[in-house]
Design a protein around this ligand. Sequence first.
Ligand code: AKG
Ligand code: FE2
Length: 355
Amino acid sequence: MGDVVDPAFIQDAEHRPKLSITEDDGIPSFDLSPVDDPGSSEYLLLVTRIGKACKEWGFFQVINHGVPAEKRARLDGAARRFFEQSLEEKRKVGRDEKNILGYYDSEHTKNVRDWKEVFDVTAQEPTFAPASHHPDDWEVVQWNNRWPEYPPELREACEEYLLEMEKLARKLLELIAHSLGLLKDRFKGFFEEQMSFLRLNHYPPCPVPHLALGVGRHKDSGALTILAQDDVGGLEVKRKTDGEWVFVRPTPNALIINVGDIIQVWSNERYESVEHRVMLNSERDRYSIPFFYNPSHRVMVEPFPELVNDREPPKYRAYNWGKFVASKKRSNLMKLDVENIQIHHFKVEDHEKKQ
Ligand SMILES: O=C(O)CCC(=O)C(=O)O
Ligand SMILES: [Fe+2]
């Protein structure tokens, strides 16, 4: 990315990272092996702990999650080989307005450019999505994956890893449903015709890690994210108790889970989607692979009636997931100088609530 740093990458002073890192015990960590034995006391304990972590942190880490290490290693290797190529090669599978998937290197978060390059792969081929953000336009388009010639194993590595991610996401949502007192399969129907996707992230070394970020502070807008990070580290989570940015120490083969905005709305804010960001460093390349578990574009996202009552009326109005994504993509692509669409735009204000 050159020696002279493009000002587009520079964060406002208040959002710049502190390079000395804050570590407390960090986000909670769980062994997921009891998941295959529902009804056992270990399973119930896990449900309680996951509920607590979702409430207190919005983030947790899991080990013994059932995703085979060799599948992760294979994808990691393929991702590194893909990003090693020249920009010209990578741009052959570059994203544009029509083709939303594939490679790009100029994402902005809150209008500051992220120091990273990515390759996006959809979980369901094809993925159906609204053609536009216009509320009256119900035309649906298809998103298809773009596969580069090199490395040839990338496609299969993504496809087999995606199946593992879906399996794990379903299990995690069952645990989360239990923890909210909902039926185990309460979330399931929303993910038929899902809009989930896998993102391969590469953060090159940065000459100004004190001024720029790999990903600026943000919340994930989908339901659930499952993140694999390498051993370099850089992810920071905003601690709910005091707003401090807390470093997420890399743990070999662990996966990091966070609840997204959709779970915040579904749960009527019992659980909150938490801000996070990615710090850079001047020496090492960092790679990470988030899987974003997203429902069908048809889904109207709103608080579950089971979690709403007279004392806790719905905190959000229903919104359509597909249109939400379409509005977000539009403002990202056009770099509109307005705030991106956010769930708080659907928030029921206090004065609108029934007394
Ligand atoms: O790379 C990471 O550790 C996190 C990336 C992330 O938060 C995102 O892509 O939404
Ligand atoms: Fe994120």
